[in-house]
Ligand binder design. Sequence first.
Ligand code: IVH
Length: 679
Amino acid sequence: MEYDLFSPPPADGEAERIAHLRAELHRHNHRYYVENDPEISDREFDELMHELQQLEARHPELYDPNSPTQRVGSDLGSADFQTVAHERPMLSLGNTYNREDVRAFYERVSEGLGDAKFDICCELKFDGLSISLIYENRRLVRAVTRGDGTRGDDVTANVRTIRTLPLVLPPRAGCPARFEMRGEVLLPWNRFESLNREREARGEQLFANPRNAASGTLKSKDPRVAAQRGLDAYLYYVLSDAPLSDSHYANLLAARLWGFQVSDATRLAHSLDEVYAFIDHWDTARRELPVATDGIVLKVDSLRQQEQLGLTAKSPRWAIAYKFPAERARTRLNEVTFQVGRTGAVTPVANMEPVLLAGTTVRRASLHNADIIARLDLYEGDYVFVEKAGEIIPQVVGVDYDARPLLTGRKVEFARTCPECGARLVRYEGEAAHYCPNTTACPPQLKGRVEHFISRDAMNIDSLGPETVDAYFEQGLIRDAADLYRIRVEDICGADRSRLKSAQKIVAAIEGSKQMPFDRVLYALGIRFVGRVAAQQVAAALRTLDNVRRATPEQLQAIDGIGAKIAQSITDFFADPRAADLVDRLVAAGVQTALPEVVSLGSQLDGKTVVISGTFQHHSREEYKVLIARHGGKNTGSISKKTSFILAGDNMGPAKLEKAQSLGVPLMSEDEFLQLLEQ
Ligand code: IVH
């Protein structure tokens, strides 16, 4: 059965309803993410999506990999990457770093074209991962990473979660029946920053820059991870056997009409001066962009002229990348200190005379690791060069040896012991970083674990923040998460009881966290590599803490989404007597240790199928779903002949009302429904 996804058929049967919902959701997606002009509320959107999910679950035979439901990253469709050959090789670009090289490129082109006139398409160089997308009959059929340029990984399942990317193009879009779109997949700055904050709270290694984060996300085995992290994509190259416009720029504008996100920055330059103006503008304006860029790409606009210029072995002669210079400053190094992170990793930090760099005053910069310190041959009092490139933290990149004072300070050497707890540092085979091995007593590591425990996605004890946690540590009130549950109002309200109100609030919030479902508790433990999704998967499969504790790596690996690394980390965690002690004390405090059984409250709804619609006075929709299940009923999203009745709140949508009437499905008010349950 093949429906045109943009002109929906009448919606009577469930198959038609599925096709209709898919078309509507594709349209609303585009309005929301690309046009920034939504037509319906988020909630209405969620309702349509939910209805579609339920219908699709009932009709696996109508599975469509391009359904809007696949954006949320279902586990359907394999994410185990296959290597596939590119239809056309993916070349890279020659790099230039200064205006003279740009002029040289311009002159080479001019000469190569026998002094014919030519235009240059000026684009931003997005700092992500290049991707090749194949569209057939307006549908995305395959997404492949660059790989080695000849072969790449098939990452279609993850790419489908990118909301700015059209999965199905509108009919009459005017696109070729089959074409390839190339572009860059990236993680916007704000997504990157919140991802790193979460990782820090969980004690996981941080991503150095958005590019690494995007790469890790695109290669994630579980598309739900990709869906959650919020990748984005900009497209900059159309390829097809079918005839296109001779102008690359015109093809990009056409692609934008087909529904692709093409950067607004793209311009056509008619002279070298216009090229320079573009470069000068974006050299600073790029700081305001929501995504990372590392330069400008210049392309000869005419495809015919591109062909005339041809390729070298590695890159085309018709295009070049101009890389922005990393911003650099020179200043004096005062001393090197060592910082212990939440994971126990020890970072050397250069403390310097303040210096202005890329718009901010910089006093501290990273020195990375012991090898880099040794290579720089660094002395206190040296003048050092500091750069801010793709990374957000400034880095020491060199020493001005000529300016080294005659009387130097001490030679900089890597710490041997932990500056926080005095433990002897260790360096693991194959890793550049030094670690403090004292995981159970080193203060920043202990604090880090409690901060993760209370964080929003874990136990969500939001009246406590990192500063309060620090203060409780200093006062000796807590040493780990289980101690939180022993805090009494008297301990924290101050001797004069001046902080009584907030103390009561904090104790109540800690108490309230005992209701957090078991999967949150499992995540809150901060087991290495166990993120939110993995914790949910394990909890859903094994149901109870006892089962998780007893599980073997093999049993864990049998769970969807759990690989060898996570499985081993979970068993290692529970095998450690100190972790076991923490878990025992949490259990004694009363946190949830199992997902709830469906508790039956009655049989008033046995065999009944109920659709919920509208808004309610007494309970939320979620609560009504639970109530329906606990009284033997089944909740579905869409009205059909099988619907027993509709639990109708206020403001029920006109379409639903009409449908109910036409099928003769009765409506029941909220009060009538509650009375029925009380019988
Ligand atoms: S065009 C043959 N345009 O930079 C031309 N590439 O060093 C192929 N990139 O692998 C690429 N922004 O990942 C092109 N506007 C842009 C780009 C861009 C970023 C990346 C791309 C490519 C690398 C080349």
